[in-house]
Design a binder for this molecule. Structure first.
Ligand code: DQQ
Length: 587
């Protein structure tokens, strides 16, 4: 993982990445490169910690979701995949289809290096459905000179309902880096959008240290011209990977087509910051006449900005699902263990549960919620009757479900925030994660910490708490911190290089008025994916318990604040595994 940057000064991290890129013959990618492991096939695939209902192929490395789309009644998911090993390398586009985003059938690889314009790599990209119901994929190829160039691929047989085979026409590439660009910092084309007689698409890049979303226009999808100015850019943000740009309705949850512009939508612009490995977004206005995007003054670009997820979630991409009028977000959740561990396991990387996304009623952020289809996997259900006034140190076990493979939805109610702890003004300079590292779940508070102890061993030798803590600020407002703390998630000693952050984000909620807050956690062996306050703040953690595995995992609800907290409702379900087809075919 590149999370090393958290531990060492930035300049050290930068030189470290340069070192690995030079080692790989000059291919500049954001992924750590372990040449010695890239083609070490999985021996026996270790089942411990494999997820049951998150998307995960039977073996080897996966990263970015690519070109998700709904076409002729089926969902398609392509993803970056190493067919030869469990670290990044040898990347192809693996392909799966589904009727419901939950049960999947694997298909042969759709795109793989084979032509001069992609012989050194088939990297991330997106799908656009052209008029006449013709899907086309734009993707980044690495050519003979290892330049990053933008190519297209089309289905070989449009009447094949699965779109198994993809052709890369010989008039590729569509777009080359211009002479003033760094050819190894130019990748990940977006879904294109249409208005005023032109298609538009973005390609991520970097100029000096400025993150760039280069804008291209075309009238026929074949001949693309670079616009005079980028759609958007921001200083001191480094390489912008996997940009995503989409409209969201001002009214309600319904998604809208990527080409929609006008008064009744706002736009969301997301980039994956190579330097931090997190996905940041702004909400703003797309001036479609001037082809410029301007974030609202409630959103900021860069590391201080909003994140889709304050945990392990990267290179995400949305698509519009016309069958249910919704926009769906896919994101990659990498492992938090080492490359050697991954090679020993025989697998690395999962996709987060696809999430529906829409604009919050106040227009300041997006809300996210697991797609409703996930609920078809819910089995045995347990309801905890309301628990009144949990006192400090109070722990209640949620029994009767498979706690290592569960969906839990709880609402806490709070009598008063009067005595909430003061928010130390020095913490204004810190990010939420650093505050959570100081105020972990065992540190008694006043209003909170309260929440769930997931993947817990019976006697809490290890657990991953997902919790809230409420602070009072100087101006007598409240700040609600949400944490998902991996530090105590495993008994493995700290000298084993696992990444165990106290992931955290703030929840934009007026708790003094609402007096309650909800938390939903999807627990799946080595992942805890949580949604606070109806999807305002989301955190995905990857953890590797040693005791709290399978039937030995437990789930508790807790309060460790001196102010009483009540559980208003709590429902938890055991989750069944989805149906997966063709998983053992060696494509
Ligand atoms: N992963 C791809 C790149 C992209 C990066 C290579 C983001 O296209 O920039 O596997 O994780």
């Amino acid at each position: 993982m590149d999370f090393v940057r958290k531990l060492v000064p930035v300049f050290l991290f930068v030189s470290c990445v340069l070192l690995v890129t030079i080692n790989d013959n000059g291919v500049e990618a954001s992924h750590r490169i372990y040449s010695r492991l890239q083609s070490v096939p999985a021996g026996e695939v270790k089942q411990l910690h494999r997820t049951a209902y998150h998307f995960q192929p039977p073996q080897h490395w996966i990263n970015d979701p690519n070109a998700p789309m709904f076409f002729n009644g089926l969902y398609h998911l392509f993803y970056q995949y190493n067919p030869k090993g469990s670290v990044w390398g040898n990347i192809v586009w693996a392909h799966s289809i589904s009727k419901d985003l939950i049960n999947w059938e694997a298909l042969p690889h759709a795109i793989f290096p084979s032509k001069p314009f992609d012989v050194n790599g088939t990297w991330s990209g997106s799908a656009t459905i052209l008029p006449g119901n013709r899907p086309v994929i734009l993707y980044t190829g690495l050519d003979n000179d290892k330049r990053q160039i933008q190519n297209y691929a089309v289905p070989a047989n449009i009447s094949d309902p699965y779109l198994r085979e993809w052709l890369k026409p010989d008039d590729n590439p569509l777009v080359l880096p211009s002479s003033d660009m760094n050819a190894s910092q130019f990748r990940d084309p977006t879904t294109a959008w249409w208005h005023g007689g032109h298609w538009r698409m973005l390609v991520g890049g970097k100029r000096k240290h400025r993150g760039m979303a280069w804008l291209y226009r075309s009238i026929n999808f074949n001949h693309w011209v670079k616009a005079k100015h980028a759609l958007h850019s921001a200083p001191q943000t480094g390489m912008w990977e996997c940009p995503d740009f989409f409209p969201v309705s001002l009214h309600g949850k319904n998604g809208v087509d990527t080409s929609k512009v006008g008064e009744d939508v706002k736009h969301v612009f997301k980039v994956s910051l190579d330097e931090t490995r997190y996905d940041y977004y702004t909400v703003g206005k797309y001036d479609h006449e001037g082809d410029i995007y301007l974030p609202d003054n409630t959103s900021v670009d860069g590391r201080a900005g909003l994140r889709f997820d304050y945990g392990n979630f990267y290179a995400s991409k949305t698509f519009f699902d016309p069958s249910k009028n919704r926009r769906i977000l896919w994101g990659w959740a990498n492992e938090s263990d080492t490359a050697d561990d991954d090679t020993a396991k025989g697998w690395a990387g999962i996709q987060a549960i696809p999430r529906e996304v829409w604009l919050s009623p106040d227009g300041k952020q997006v809300l996210q919620w697991p797609v409703a289809e996930l609920e078809t996997l819910r089995g045995q259900k347990v309801d905890l009757k309301s628990i009144q006034n949990m006192t400090p140190g109070k722990l209640v076990e949620v029994k009767g479900i498979t706690a290592a493979q569960a969906d839990v939805d709880v609402t806490f109610s709070l009598a008063s925030l009067e005595k909430a702890e003061e928010f130390d003004p020095n913490w204004e300079k810190l990010d939420a994660e650093s505050v959570c590292a100081i105020k972990r779940s065992h540190v008694q508070g006043v209003v909170g910490p309260f929440g769930l102890a997931t993947l817990a061993s019976q006697n809490l030798e290890e657990f991953t708490p997902v919790f809230f803590r409420v602070f009072k600020t100087k101006d007598n407002k409240h700040k609600v911190l949400m944490c998902s703390d991996a530090k105590g998630s495993t008994l493995r000693p700290f000298d084993i290089k696992q990444y165990r952050p106290s992931f955290a984000g703030y929840v934009d909620i007026d708790l003094a008025a609402e007096k309650k807050i909800s938390l939903r956690s999807l627990i799946d062996h080595s992942v805890v994916e949580s949604f606070a306050a109806g999807g305002k703040t989301c955190i995905l953690s990857r953890v590797y318990p040693t005791l709290a595995v399978n039937d030995a995992a437990h789930l508790f609800v807790f309060n460790n604040g001196t102010e009483p907290v009540s559980v208003q409702t709590l429902s938890a379900w055991s989750m069944s595994p989805p149906k997966l087809m063709n998983q053992n075919l060696n494509f």
